[in-house]
Design a protein around this ligand. Sequence first.
Ligand SMILES: NC(=O)c1ccc[n+]([C@@H]2O[C@H](COP(=O)([O-])OP(=O)(O)OC[C@H]3O[C@@H](n4cnc5c(N)ncnc54)[C@H](O)[C@@H]3O)[C@@H](O)[C@H]2O)c1
Length: 379
Amino acid sequence: MEKKRILVNSSAGSYVIVCGAGVLENAASEIRKLGSFSGVHLVSSPKVWRVAGKKVLKHLSTKAKAPVKMHLMNDAESAKNLNTAEKLCRSLVRSGIDRHSLIIAVGGGVVGDVAGFVASACLRGVALVQIPTTLIAQVDSAVGGKTGVNLPEGKNLVGTFYPARLVLVDSTVLRTLPDRQYRGGLAEVIKYGVIADTELFAWLEKNFDAVLRRDPAMLSRIIARSLEIKARVVSRDERESGLREILNFGHTFGHALETITNYRVYQHGEAVAWGMMTAALLGHELRLTPADEVSRIVSLVRRLSPLPPWPKVPPKKLIALMHSDKKARAGKLRFVLAPRIGKAHSHDDVPADILERVLHFAPHFINPETPQPKGNRHV
Ligand SMILES: NC(=O)c1ccc[n+]([C@@H]2O[C@H](COP(=O)([O-])OP(=O)(O)OC[C@H]3O[C@@H](n4cnc5c(N)ncnc54)[C@H](O)[C@@H]3O)[C@@H](O)[C@H]2O)c1
């Protein structure tokens, strides 16, 4: 498969995403292009290192002149917090990191977000390379510079914008990814279709079975297309002052679902999947998204099933959580809605009664198997 180089612009300078099957084989030479470093600090998790460590080390250490040190962290979503970030900082400092070192994050979105946050804060900034190993991390989190950790009050509430100097996206590392994680990643791929690419969406509708089987050619195609969209959006609006908000399609609902279940029930992509279907319904209730477009969005997202069921919580509780989401502005909730597939805008004028109504009926409408919450008179 052909390797692609995608340029991303950021306020810290531009950087390259190299993607394609087998790009890790050139990891050492790609990293050498960045300059020389006094030491290399690999950050990963025990699980990721077991499945991908050998491959990464093989292609890094052969020609690496700088000493390579290893730091393993817990990559459970429930451990994506300041405590884990502090432990990682201390481990880096104890092992002699300095401002001319390089941190290489090898893992899913949790490793990437925490290592990125630590890279931005430790010694006020150490160079970072991302080697994402989940589909979500490959098509989304490793690009665009958002780093962060969760607070009990909400997701990613402490973080920075700190782009990597290089992102190496090798689709062959996805071979060991459990099916559930893979399907979660596809939720973000569907998102790119909804917000920016009618053709990608229609192509997914047609080829979803092959995509679910991880057909290598199809996988490379959807990863590259997703990265092109993400790169284009974040290059134009790094700090999310406008356009970048569209990447949050499904995320206002998704983050609330993750937070209310203490990050223990949904994987990020699964929560986003529920969130996208709910956002489509909300768009329809607001007379923005036509019924046939809602139906296409819901049908495609449902092909990611099974998803953990909607939590048995009153809509009002979810809405209260959405208010502490960092997307809320001046007390107003913000939702990305799609007037049609391939187009999306952010809205802050959703009437409270409509939102509550949608939250009330969405889980039953979307998934008739979802058990009715007890005492479902929340509205
Ligand atoms: N910074 C951003 O812009 C951004 C964007 C999207 C999501 N995120 C964040 O990303 C996180 C979700 O990331 P994720 O879905 O990658 O989950 P994750 O990092 O929790 O990884 C999921 C699981 O897969 C395992 N794993 C990783 N790579 C593997 C491989 N190749 N083979 C086998 N197992 C592997 C991990 O050990 C983990 O158990 C969330 O915290 C979310 O907030 C950030």
